[in-house]
Design a protein around this ligand. Structure first.
Ligand code: CP
Ligand code: NVA
Length: 313
């Protein structure tokens, strides 16, 4: 389906944003069109106060620069209020259940909750008991807001999504999982090159294959051939233990200028950030002319606001 032919309704059926697995292509397009509209208004300094009188809780169990700042500022821009809750300062850290926390937070009039650093299972459990929208701000299984922002960025820069090819090089982590689901649903081919033992989970790959072309390989050249986008992420994620053996196996999976040369001439380089220059990407690439990483990061603001506008009722 071609996003440019889609007519947005600025409405979605889903009540939460837990992962891209639950979203249809049309719903992904709704998020992207809403982000485009948010960005247009932001550029002219116009903000609609759609969160006036509403409070969003940000319940975070790990550090963050982009997710936290883009939510806090985005909520303010929409006229709303937020409560930042580090998990270790809540009773969750002393064993209070997810059910009790989820049920209770809505009783105070909170309108939505962003969870960060929980496991995929905990995010789903939270949503099961929550009467207000739950938004996944990163879990060990996925990072849906990041990949929505990435798809929005590709749409802006390439003018379309369908029939493009994205190559992801590196660890088969939360970002790789969300890219598989997001890209396959919008008809973008995805090829993942990871060393043996670090490919994305088989269940995700099989799910993605039901919607689009997903190639899993250990060969960087095969993945990057004819790619319009080359993407990478850190070798060690926040939900991982530091692991020297893993880093050693991944060391060859760095996006260098030589790797970029194997992609299409007009290919762009993407990274969800934070990045480690000299590990998963060379400084020449991330700081070079093909890099669009700051556009991706900026677009987190517009996607977060779009998500709140679509989900908070
Ligand atoms: N990409 C991303 O989620 O960034 P932060 O970890 O800084 O929030
Ligand atoms: N895979 C990384 C993404 C950070 C935005 C992590 O989970 O730490």
């Amino acid at each position: 389906m071609d996003i440019n032919k889609y007519v947005p309704k600025f409405k979605i059926r889903t009540e939460n944003l837990l992962s891209l697995t639950e979203l249809s292509a049309e719903e992904i397009f709704e998020f992207l069109y809403a982000a485009r509209s948010m960005k247009k208004r932001f550029r002219v300094g116009e903000h609609s106060p759609m969160l006036k009188g509403k409070t969003v809780a940000l319940l975070f169990d790990n550090v963050s620069t982009r997710t936290r700042v883009s939510f806090e500022i985005g909520i303010r821009q929409l006229g709303g209020d937020f409560i930042f809750l580090p998990k270790n300062e809540t009773q969750l850290s002393r064993g209070e259940s997810i059910k009790d926390t989820a049920v209770m937070l809505a009783r105070y009039g909170i309108s939505a909750i962003v969870l960060r650093g929980f496991t995929g299972g905990q995010v789903r459990e939270f949503a099961q008991y929550s009467s207000i929208p739950v938004i996944n701000g990163i879990s060990d299984e996925g990072h849906p807001l990041q990949v929505l922002s990435d798809l929005f960025t590709v749409w802006e820069i390439k003018g379309r999504l369908d029939n493009l090819k994205i190559a992801y090089i590196g660890d088969g982590n939360n970002i790789a999982n969300s890219l598989i689901m997001g890209c396959s649903k919008v008809n973008m081919d995805i090829a993942i090159a990871s060393p043996n033992g670090y490919s994305p989970a088989k269940s995700i790959v099989e799910r993605g294959m039901q919607f689009g072309n997903v190639l899993i390989t250990d060969d960087i050249a095969e993945a990057v051939k004819d790619a319009d986008v080359v993407y990478t992420d850190v070798f060690i994620s926040m939900s991982d233990e530091d692991d020297e053996a893993k880093k050693k196996k991944l060391a060859r999976y760095r996006v260098t200028p030589e790797v970029m040369k194997l992609a299409k001439e007009d290919a762009v380089f993407m990274h969800c950030m934070p990045a480690h220059r000299g590990e998963e990407v060379s400084a020449e690439v991330i700081d070079g002319p093909q890099s669009i990483v700051y556009d991706q990061a900026e677009n987190r603001l517009h996607i977060n606001k779009a998500a709140l506008a679509l989900l908070v009722r």
